[in-house]
Design a protein around this ligand. Sequence first.
Ligand SMILES: [Zn+2]
Length: 108
Amino acid sequence: MTAKVHVKKGDTVRVIAGKDKGKSGEILQVLPRENRVVVEGVNVVKTHRRPTREMMQGGIVEQAAPIAASNVLLQCPSCGEASRTGKRLLADGRKIRYCKKCGDNVDR
Ligand SMILES: [Zn+2]
């Protein structure tokens, strides 16, 4: 069984551990099977590319590499804090996330 990742694509998160601690960025990709996420501008590594038909030059490309999902916390759009989220059940049956620091809904 795969663990559910607590954040999703498009979320803005803050890195709370590791070499990029303190940085924040948008989630570009979630890898649920590895419980890892790719965050814009975080854990950027240089990869060497061979020339392809589309990109004749090849060379060095900077790319964000996955980090452990447990190393990031959602950055609340309301209070701007990196916070844990809870779930709230709406009257229409939708489950949305809310910020445990300010109580505001994170999902719309
Ligand atoms: Zn908040």
